[in-house]
Design a protein around this ligand. Structure first.
Ligand code: ADP
Ligand code: MG
Length: 599
């Protein structure tokens, strides 16, 4: 290019190119087509929507969505493929009161820009006998004619990405794409129990929901009644928000958050803040790397929800986000802790197996697995001998004047102890309960540490200060932690280059005859890799609880066991240890009879 040249190098792109570029944002993969077309059907007031996919061994060949919604007049059908043509909003202000899934007027134009589309539609209740059929290819209308058609709309999409080879090349295997379609449809089905959906792949029925007013029916239809049975209802009404839906008992936990399904104002969305809020509601019921199964519906004042963040409208921006998240955590927590959450010895493993078998074939990643212990080596330390036991148990004596918060926990009677690890107990209704003595004691100590408020007398001086030697690197870490440790009752002083004096320890630890425990706790604190999701105070609390609790391998008397199960009744969450492992597992008479095939 020469300086001063009058030839312009900038030009405005032609409409077809503009549309193809825009399409890239909306139509990422076949599942995006399904999402947009199904959402249009719902917006058109459809009561039932049918999705037909055909595929070869390698790729998806066609997608057809048929609805019994409002249909379109011939004039509207023509307009529908124009970019930014929509019947859903007129002015920018309308964005504050969006009650439809679409509003950008981009989907049909975008889909048609990168495929071959055949639209057949007839206006409902118009008295018109004939409908309209249109063929659009790469954004160009090829043919429009009158046709006989049922009321409603059918959109057939073929040769997706035929004119955008780069996008086509990036498509994943057919099975991956089908898994995406499943995931998107499941979200939509759950957000719209009032619509019946049917998905067919190569004429084979894959997913069916019936119209229902209860989301639990939809959940059972999609994931099976075994899943629906282990869910706990969540309900909360606030002036600007209503939360309803279901969340799983802690015993059904997953390695990822993909089964946390959230709809805001009937739009299935993904939100890390909401996911985190739900997880927060489980607190120490779940290990930090486990996620529940949740199906929650939020109705939020439309003024507070901005859906115009991304062309796919899967992300939303929330005003009063913190308030919404806090309310959600509370709702989940309240729902969980008002239930008896002792896991059954039999039912969960059945879910695991049946679910795994049922789903293995079609859609990957739908397995449920059970809360496994966190890789906290420190929790599994064993030691032998009983000398510490009485001391350790003594300071967790029953708080006087408190009543148990345990309407959800059955009264239990100790039968005996197994291998110095488990307490065997029976409930008043004849169930067998296996209790992890370390986990139970850890939970008791943990809640006692938490219950002490700032300023409480939480420290006890050691008769003889204990001396700790640390490496230089550990010294540096420990130095930073001194104030936090002091708040929890550990008074440490620096004493030379790499030495600390421990002057006082938390009261909950009782009278320590053996100071190696202090050394161990400090080691845990400085060596344990940084747990990002947990703050320092929480870490110290957990370490106190874990190190202070009786270990596996400690023989306890009947009376000591009984005291532990008495004390657990005073905790807010008696069901898991602070790391999310179960404290007890129950076997009902029915479970036992089934195991012995007595039924
Ligand atoms: P948006 O949904 O954002 O309005 P679309 O490109 O998806 O944009 O659709 C454009 C318009 O076409 C819609 O506003 C609606 O009026 C009409 N339309 C699309 N799909 C259907 C359908 N299945 N039934 C009736 N009308 C439809
Ligand atoms: Mg739309």
């Amino acid at each position: 290019m020469k300086n001063g040249s009058t030839v312009s190098v900038i030009h405005i792109l032609d409409q077809a190119t503009i549309n193809q570029i825009a399409a890239g944002e909306v139509v990422e993969r076949p599942a995006s087509v399904v999402k947009e077309l199904v959402e249009n059907a719902i917006d058109a007031g459809a009561r039932s929507v049918r999705i037909d996919i055909t595929s070869s061994a390698k790729e998806i060949l066609s997608i057809r969505i048929i609805d019994d919604g409002s249909g379109m007049s011939p004039a509207d059908a023509l307009l529908a493929f124009t970019p930014h043509a929509t019947s859903k909003i007129s002015r920018i202000d309308d964005l504050h009161r969006i009650h439809t899934l679409g509003f950008r007027g981009e989907a049909l134009a975008s889909i048609a820009a990168v495929s071959r589309v055949t639209l057949t539609t007839r206006l409902r209740l118009s008295g018109e006998v004939a409908g309209t059929k249109m063929m659009v290819e790469g954004g160009e209308i090829q043919e429009t004619r009158e046709t006989g058609a049922p009321e409603g709309t059918s959109v057939l999409v073929e040769d997706l990405f035929f004119n955008t080879p780069a996008r086509k090349k990036f498509q994943k295997s057919k099975n991956t794409e089908i898994a995406h379609i499943h995931a998107i449809l499941e979200g939509i089905c759950l957000a719209h129990p009032e619509v019946s959906f049917r998905l067919y792949i190569n004429q084979k029925e894959q997913l069916v929901t019936d119209r229902s007013t209860r989301i639990l029916d939809t959940i059972a239809r999609i994931y099976g009644s075994e899943v629906a049975e282990v869910l706990i209802p969540v309900d909360l009404s606030l002036p600007f928000m209503k939360i309803s839906g279901y969340t799983s008992r802690q015993s059904v936990a997953r390695k990822d958050a993909s089964r946390i399904m959230i709809a805001i104002n009937q739009r299935y969305i993904s939100s890390t803040i909401i996911t985190a809020a739900i997880k927060e509601g489980y607190g120490t019921l779940l290990a930090k790397d486990r996620f529940p199964v949740s199906f929650l519906t939020l109705e939020i004042d439309t003024e507070l929800v901005d859906v115009n963040v991304h062309p796919t409208k899967k992300l939303v921006r929330l005003s009063r986000e913190k308030e919404i998240a806090r309310a959600l955590s509370e709702a989940v927590k309240t729902a969980l802790l008002s239930h008896d959450l002792i896991p059954d010895g039999v039912v969960p493993s059945q879910i695991y197996l049946e679910d795994a078998c049922r789903e293995a074939a079609a859609v990957p990643d739908r397995r449920y697995d059970f809360t496994a212990p966190e890789p906290y080596g420190i929790c599994e330390t064993r030691h032998s001998g009983t000398s510490l036991t009485e001391r350790q148990l003594r300071q967790t004596e029953l708080p006087t004047g408190m009543s148990p918060v345990d309407a959800k926990l059955p009264v239990m009677e100790v039968i005996g102890q197994l291998g110095g690890i488990y307490i065997l107990a029976t409930t008043n209704s004849g169930e067998l309960v296996l209790i992890d003595q370390h986990a139970v004691h850890e939970r008791i100590l943990y809640e006692q540490v938490i219950a002490r408020t700032e300023g409480d007398h939480r420290s006890q001086e050691l008769l003889v200060p204990c001396i700790l030697h640390r490496t230089l690197q550990e010294t540096a870490i420990l130095r930073d932690l001194l104030p936090a440790l002091a708040r929890e009752g550990f008074i440490l002083e620096e004493f030379g280059r790499d030495t600390f004096l421990v002057r006082a320890i938390p009261v909950v630890l009782g009278k320590l005859e053996d100071t190696t425990m202090i050394d161990e706790m400090v080691s845990d604190l400085v060596n344990e890799e940084v747990v990002r999701s947990v703050n320092t105070r929480e870490r110290i609390t957990r370490i106190i609880a874990c190190r202070g609790a009786i270990k596996a391998g400690t023989v306890c008397t009947q009376e000591q066991c009984q005291r532990l199960i008495q004390q657990i009744r005073y905790t807010k969450n008696p069901f898991t240890c602070p790391h999310g492992r179960p404290t007890m597992i129950r076997f009902s008479r029915i479970d036992l009879d089934a195991m012995f095939k007595r039924t």
